[in-house]
Design a protein around this ligand. Structure first.
Ligand SMILES: [Zn+2]
Length: 439
């Protein structure tokens, strides 16, 4: 089933704006994930930033993109990249960092596989995936390139290795698109730094909420792992394939190298791609050492051996599938074992259900999991205070908040509205900002 056909159902305006910069969110406005935004000015230069989906059940997709010659993909998380193969109907060229391009095949293949298993429709097929792989124009950080009348460059966004902010110079305004950002260094990614701009488009995932100190949270994780191991148990650490899993390896390798840590799931393949792009990894040699130190699980017999490990790091991070379920189905019988969640657990995810009810869907059966469960905040997003500080440091006249639910966006708006013009656009409702009035 094809959800939409190129050129038939797009509600995108036919003509460029007369003045100013027009932002048209296809998705990702007043919601987390599902990002896609077309930016256009009166020169008719048009750029799509990100084209993702929200991996809910069923998935949410952004609206149909109009014809775009160029799209910039900020990073290889599914809520930013998942729908990009569909753009091949328009022969769109995809721009991103070398690392984002390198990881894209794994992410798209997984999206394809999951939609097949779960029986959800996907608007692109295997041929689009192949074409998309050939459509990449990879960039290093700080390297300017032209799109129509504009100049663009990608800058480190923190968040995960290879994740980019996008700086765009147009005749009327300088735009900074944050992508998903973290203004703190994480084990594997270097922090995002502010850039002076006229228009800042800022992700607002953690608006209204501040994180605990990252270093302390890492220590708490390590001491919990050591406690589980000392009572003879195995700690299962469900972690996302792109970012969190590798952070966990780095932390454990640094703090407790005597542990027997097994690494399973899609993250092992993602890490191999990372190791092919050294420039994008913070302390690359440390990542390489941590990966080699972990015991990579490559087959069934490895998986059985891992059941006796001190720690198993594996996908999926929200317990919605992947080897984590296989492990839990066995580990659940011994109460010395423990589940250490390391990230946000979405509304309808397995992890959220487990936290709320103590049960998890295992191969179709809602199953009791009588194990210790702990949760750690190792987020790779900037928190409220950091987002507001970042916005102030960029000194924009206009701020657009996206990738944010309404309470988070409201919290940021409340704090910054006196200092800059704050916009909370809606999907499919174009927002045009005329910069002549701000000169
Ligand atoms: Zn992300």
């Amino acid at each position: 089933m094809v959800l939409y056909t190129p050129g038939r159902t797009s509600t995108y305006p036919n003509t460029p704006p007369r003045e100013g910069i027009r932002l048209h969110f296809l998705g990702g406005a007043r919601e987390v994930g599902n990002v896609g935004c077309v930016i256009e000015d009166k020169t008719g230069t048009r750029l799509l930033i990100d084209y993702g989906l929200a991996p809910t059940k069923p998935p949410r997709y952004p609206s149909e993109a109009p014809f775009v010659e160029h799209a910039i993909i900020t990073h290889a998380h599914i809520d930013h990249i998942g729908m990009a193969p569909w753009l091949m109907a328009h022969e769109t060229r995809l721009h991103g960092t070398d690392l984002t391009a390198a990881v894209s095949e794994i992410m798209w293949s997984d999206t394809y596989k999951v939609s097949d298993i779960e029986g959800y429709p996907l608007a692109w097929d295997k041929r689009d995936l192949e074409t998309a792989l050939d459509s990449w124009i990879p960039h290093r950080f700080d390297e300017w390139f032209e799109i129509g009348e504009w100049r663009c460059r990608l800058l480190p966004a923190g968040h995960i290795p290879g994740a980019a902010m996008v700086e765009i110079e147009t005749p009327e305004a300088r735009i900074l698109w944050s992508g998903d950002i973290d203004t703190r260094d994480s084990p594997n990614a270097i922090a995002a730094s502010p850039i002076d701009c006229d228009l800042l488009c800022l992700e607002g995932t953690y608006g209204g909420r501040d994180h605990p100190n990252r270093g302390e949270e890492e220590k708490r994780l390590v001491s919990k792992v050591l406690e589980v191991v000392s009572r003879g148990g195995t700690a299962l650490v469900p972690a996302f394939a792109s970012g969190r899993g590798q952070d966990i390896l780095r932390i454990l390798h640094r703090e407790a190298p005597h542990l027997d840590v097994h690494y399973d799931g899609m993250g092992t393949r993602v890490t191999r791609e990372w190791l092919g792009c050294p420039d994008f990894i913070r302390d690359y040699e440390e990542m390489k050492a941590a990966f080699r130190w972990s015991r990579r699980v490559t087959g069934k017999s490895d998986r059985k051996k891992a059941l006796g490990a001190d720690v198993i790091v594996t996908t999926s991070g929200m317990l919605d599938g992947g080897p984590a379920i296989w492990y839990l189905n066995r580990l659940r019988h011994n109460s010395t074992n423990s589940i250490l969640l390391t990230g946000y657990q979405a509304e309808d995810s397995g992890g959220r259900k487990l936290l709320e009810t103590g049960t998890l869907n295992i191969y179709g059966n809602q199953t009791n999991i009588p194990l210790e469960i702990d949760k750690f905040n190792l987020s790779n997003h900037a928190d409220h205070s950091s987002l507001c500080r970042f916005a102030r440091d960029c000194k924009p006249s206009n701020l657009v908040i996206f990738h944010s639910d309404s309470s988070a966006a409201n919290a940021i708006t409340e704090e910054l509205a006196k200092e800059m013009q704050v916009h909370n656009p809606s999907n499919n409702d174009p927002l045009t900002i005329d910069f002549s009035q701000f000169e």
